[in-house]
Design a protein around this ligand. Sequence first.
Ligand code: BTN
Length: 149
Amino acid sequence: MVQATPLLLVLFLALGAHGLAVKKCSLTGRWVNDLGSNMTITTVNANGVFAGSYHTAVTATSNEIKLSPLQGSMQKSPNQKGQPTFGFTVNWSFSDSITVFTGQCFVDEYGKEVLKTMWLLRSCVENIKNDWKATRVGTNVFTRLQSQE
Ligand code: BTN
């Protein structure tokens, strides 16, 4: 027992240090994507429900771009290990379109947080015959704005 104690102590410290080293991905803060769009997630509550704002760099319309609200939800299940899945909707203030994003918040090999997402942009069309061309699909990668780190 006397010899086992230092061994257990080393094991305990090693496990503890490992636990501390595992960085978790947090959605809160300011993000920029590969198109240059900016997103701010202001609040994530205990149930994983969040809100924020989105300033897109591009538009499928000829309208003037305006800051738009977003609402979303992230997984809070106990078995997810600090890299949660999430989804959010942007209700565009300057067009009659809606975009839904789904993705996962990762910590990459350099310890940098990255949001890998896919989106569907639903535009409003004149009539049901035009439904076939109403939805665009794509991907966006978001990184945290440097000033936030
Ligand atoms: C519209 O054009 O009606 C609204 C703006 C849509 C912007 C899209 S949403 C998916 C993609 N990612 C962005 O950051 N912007 C575009």
